[in-house]
Design a protein. Structure first.
Length: 139
C-alpha cells in the first residue's frame, strides 16, 4: 500500500486523497462514502490554525445537499451532522464523529494576558503567592 488512497466523488469530478490513516478511520468508524462525498463537497471548511482545515456539516450544507443530491444523501447527512473530516494539503488526514462542540476560533487571541477568564484567575492566583528560591523571593 502506498500510504494514500484516491477517493473520487460521484459528480463534477471533485477528487480528494485519503491518507492511509483516514482510510483506516473511515472503515473503523463506519463512515459511508456518500456521506464523506457530501461532507467534502458541501461542508463548512474552517481553519484550525495548525495548518489544516476541519470540514463539518452546517445548516447551509444541508440545504445544498437537499437541492443537489438524492434523498439518501440528505437522510445520511441529517442523521450524522456530527461527522467531520480534517483536510491538510489537499489530503484527508482523518475523519470521525464529534462528541463535543467544534471550536470555531483556535487563534491565540484568548491566550494573551488579560484575555479569557481562566488566564485571569491564574494570573490573580500567581500574584497572590510568592516563591522563595535560593534566598530570592519571586513574586
Amino acid at each position: 500500500m502506498s500510504g494514500s488512497m484516491h477517493f473520487s466523488t460521484q459528480t463534477e469530478g471533485v477528487a480528494a486523497t485519503l491518507s492511509a490513516h483516514a482510510s483506516l478511520r473511515v472503515q473503523q468508524r463506519g463512515m459511508n462514502s456518500l456521506l464523506l462525498d457530501c461532507l467534502l463537497r458541501y461542508g463548512h471548511y474552517s481553519h484550525d490554525h495548525l495548518g489544516a482545515e476541519v470540514v463539518t456539516l452546517d445548516s447551509s450544507a444541508l440545504r445544498q445537499i437537499a437541492r443537489n443530491e438524492c434523498a439518501e444523501a440528505l437522510r445520511l447527512a441529517s442523521e450524522t451532522r456530527s461527522a467531520y473530516a480534517v483536510v491538510a494539503h489537499g489530503q484527508v488526514v482523518t475523519v470521525g464523529y464529534r462528541f463535543r462542540k467544534v471550536l470555531r476560533d483556535r487563534s491565540l487571541s484568548d491566550a494573551r494576558q488579560g484575555r479569557g477568564r481562566k488566564l485571569l484567575r491564574l494570573n490573580a492566583k500567581a500574584q497572590a503567592t510568592s516563591l522563595t528560591y535560593c534566598g530570592l523571593t519571586l513574586h
